[in-house]
Design a protein around this ligand. Structure first.
Ligand code: AMP
Length: 415
């Protein structure tokens, strides 16, 4: 028997109400903050991610699904959304539009991760990007939008972690000091951190191993090495978050896994859990558009995992509205009635009424049982007598009351 590949999942009909709920809240929040939707391909030139997410990151080095297609192109299933949005921004000359250009997306994300609860090889993200402005008020708005989005879903017990990792000008100084600090830790680092030490020193700070965490906690902090511009930017951001009454915790170990970040980085986590269950995160990536061949363009974005959100909705027993059901079930007795039902079903649907028809040779009792399990509001039953008279039995499934009505009246009654 075939199974869905490890780390992937089917989203069955009974789950869809959660997905629809989150998607609708996401689309609404985007409308409130002036974002427009963009869709991009499920695969891209693999080089795009080497260039943006960066060599030496787990996402590129260990997790990317890459393949060569039949034409010899080297492609990758998208391992995140920001690079694709920026590629589209450059490719379509969106710098010609009023800046910042605000775009949101839903995408499948593919990462060859070790599957566990809340961690999949294909998951889904809702993300948004504001490209073309460096104002820290935009950072505050992007964070506020995430915060309000979770609140609109009913998720309130959240913690916002914030950090600034500086820019091209000040980060090298910080990295030198950080490297020196880690060089002094000798053999105490885990094997992963030992290999990361030279290539991606920042990442040492967010290692999840207990022994490395103690070392990271005492490490020099990026905010102590910010240049004047970055320090001013970060101060203003904190001031604006205060104006918005959004509580945050400075977390000097928050660096995010991808290379393109600069200045602001943030993550939002359920209050009582650690970084493993992060709901969403983002940050500034002021150098990325230029790296991809565009003009120097400041930008900031955020992404959140749909599955993680739904796990939390369930955990906190947040009920979601059911999807609209089907209004009417059509039952029949005999061949003539069957013909009538086929025509009636089509006529009702064309008048905008949702219909499920009975099929096969079930008894009327069996058909009614079927209608009951579907939870439809009404049943319409046609037998030989009704065929002769051009009528139908119209049954309210909740009250079990029924009456005989003319076929012509049915659409109006059902509406
Ligand atoms: P990232 O692109 O790594 O910043 O991830 C953004 C969000 O996507 C995270 O905060 C999670 O909610 C979600 N996410 C990331 N990786 C996975 C995964 N492997 N499985 C499920 N959700 C994930």
């Amino acid at each position: 028997m075939y199974q869905a590949p490890r780390g992937t999942a089917d989203i069955l009909p009974q789950e869809q109400a959660y997905w629809r709920y989150v998607e609708e809240k996401a689309a609404r929040i985007c409308q409130l903050y002036g974002y427009e939707r963009i869709d991009f391909p499920a695969f891209e030139d693999a080089g795009l991610f080497h260039r943006s997410v960066g060599e030496g990151t787990d996402v590129v080095d260990k997790e990317m699904y890459t393949f060569e297609d039949r034409g010899g192109s080297h492609l990758a299933l998208v391992p995140e959304g920001t690079a694709s949005v920026c590629r589209a921004y450059v490719q379509h000359g969106l710098h010609n539009l009023q800046q910042p250009v605000k775009l949101y997306y839903f995408t499948s994300v593919f990462r060859y991760d070790r599957p566990q609860a809340g961690r999949y090889r294909q998951h889904h993200q809702f993300g948004y990007e504001a490209i073309g402005d460096a104002d820290p008020a935009l950072d505050a708005e992007v964070i506020d939008m995430a915060w309000q989005f979770y609140r609109s879903l009913g998720l309130t017990r959240l913690a916002l972690h914030l950090n600034s990792i500086g820019c091209k000008a000040c980060r090298p100084n910080y990295l030198t000091v950080l490297k020196e600090y880690y060089a002094k830790q000798g053999g105490q680092l885990c094997p992963d951190c030992n290999t990361r030490a030279a290539r991606n020193t920042l990442r040492l700070l967010d290692c999840k191993k207990q022994s490395c965490q103690t070392i990271a906690a005492a490490a020099p902090k990026s905010i102590d090495f910010l240049c004047a511009d970055c320090a001013e930017h970060f101060n203003l951001l904190q001031k604006y978050l205060g104006l918005l009454s959004i509580p945050f915790a400075l977390n000097h170990r928050l660096v995010r896994g991808l290379d393109y970040y600069a200045r602001t980085v943030f993550e939002i986590q359920p209050e009582e859990e650690g970084g493993q269950s992060t709901l969403g995160g983002g940050g500034r990536y002021d150098g990325l558009i230029e790296e991809l061949g565009g003009n120097p363009t400041p930008a900031i974005g955020m992404a959140t995992g749909m599955e993680r959100i739904i796990i939390n909705l369930k955990k906190y027993n947040i009920s979601v509205p059911p999807l609209p059901g089907t209004r009417v079930f059509l039952a029949y007795l005999g061949d003539e009635a069957r013909n009538e039902i086929i025509k009636l079903g089509s006529m009702l649907r064309q008048s905008g009424i949702e219909v499920i028809e009975a099929f096969g040779s079930k008894s009327l009792k069996g058909q009614m049982r079927h209608a009951n399990t579907l939870g439809v509001r009404y049943a319409v039953i046609i037998g030989d007598d009704e065929v002769k008279n051009g009528t139908a039995v119209f049954r309210d499934m909740t009250s079990a009351q029924q009456e005989t009505v003319s076929l012509a009246r049915l659409p109006e009654l059902l509406k």
